[in-house]
Write a protein that binds this ligand. Structure first.
Ligand code: ASP
Length: 324
């Protein structure tokens, strides 16, 4: 009898312990890599960026701590940065040569290897949501331009005019900021946003959203919407989102190559990201990558002087940084 009581006590104690165990999760984000100098970037500009990064981390953390999925966390985190005029994604995205805005985005689900991507988007406020809808509601992975808009309408998205991304007030704010940034030595060609998350079920999701590169022509598409280049996720290795000179990332098959190094060479997430950045440097490209593995280990690697970045974990660990 005594043994039985002891057994039930142990059972009760361990289930109480279990229910109090915080759910294990992690989220890492970036807001673009580029030439940034600490000396010349005013404290006001720094705190403006940090405030948005903080808000984005908070939103992602809220989803994950409430037991939400990594995909919900990634999309909601990226939306915060798409809606901010500070980053080169959604509102505030860079201009093409023709003076319009064309947006690219993608998401990938590490559990199913499901993926969705859109490119050359001129009229959907949050391209990251459209990318997710392509993954979930279409039989395709990658839609572009007019067809992507048509799909958006069919899926109930309200289209916005291209001027949404360029409203006068925001445009002036952005121009002022960009001017300050230019004076501060920030390369305004960059500012792509991305996020990778691991949820309490062990599922990894990754997403990336961008306006591409300033002055782009001929319907140019970068790496951000290319699965395996700018975005990749696989529960058995990790998830990755990139920022930088997209042409190099496409040529390297950048994020898929990181996953392959983890899978075949058993490199840890940080070593694999570092090794890929070395390949990028050798090829003459610049940029950065964020990644995390199934244990929640985080990597934030880049070969530029700065990358807007941050991460948060279920154990309370948190970091936001801009410079090297
Ligand atoms: N990777 C993006 C592109 O090439 C730009 C960037 O991250 O700055 O379109």
């Amino acid at each position: 009898m005594k043994k039985l009581i002891l057994f039930f006590n142990i059972l009760l104690f361990s289930s109480a312990l279990f229910s109090q165990t915080p759910k294990k999760y992690a989220l890492v984000l970036h807001g673009g890599a580029g030439v940034m100098s600490e000396k010349s970037m005013t404290p006001e500009i720094q705190s403006a960026y940090i405030a948005v990064l903080n808000r984005a981390l908070f939103v992602g953390d809220s989803v994950l701590s409430a037991g939400g999925t990594s995909m919900d966390a990634v999309v909601n985190t990226i939306r915060v940065m798409e809606d901010s005029p500070l980053f080169n994604a959604g509102k505030g995205a860079v201009f093409t040569h023709d003076g319009t805005v064309e947006l690219d985005a993608s998401v990938m689900d590490g559990k199913t290897l499901g993926a969705g991507a859109v490119a050359g988007i001129t009229d959907v406020r949050n391209p990251i949501m459209l990318a997710r809808t392509v993954m979930e509601k279409s039989e395709h992975v990658f839609l572009t331009g007019k067809g992507a808009s048509q799909f958006a309408v069919e899926q109930g998205f309200k289209l916005v005019p291209n001027s949404y991304f360029q409203t006068e007030k925001r445009y002036q704010q952005l121009q002022e900021l960009l001017k300050k940034e230019r004076e501060a030595g920030i390369n305004d060609k960059h500012g792509t946003v991305g996020c990778v998350a691991l949820d309490h079920l062990g599922n990894i999701a990754a997403g990336t959203s961008t306006g591409g590169m300033t002055n782009k022509k001929y319907g140019r598409i970068g790496d951000a919407p290319v699965i395996g280049a700018g975005t990749y996720a696989n529960n058995s290795t990790g998830g990755f989102s990139c920022t930088g000179h997209g042409e190099y990332y496409i040529r390297l098959g950048f994020s898929r190559d990181i996953s392959a190094m983890m899978e075949y060479k058993q490199l840890d997430v940080q070593k694999a990201c570092q090794a890929e950045i070395e390949k990028l440097t050798k090829l003459g490209g610049t940029g950065g990558v964020i990644g995390l593995d199934k244990a929640g280990n985080v990597a934030m690697e880049f070969n530029t002087s700065g990358m807007f970045r941050g991460y948060i974990k279920s154990n309370g660990e948190k970091q936001i940084a801009i410079f090297k």
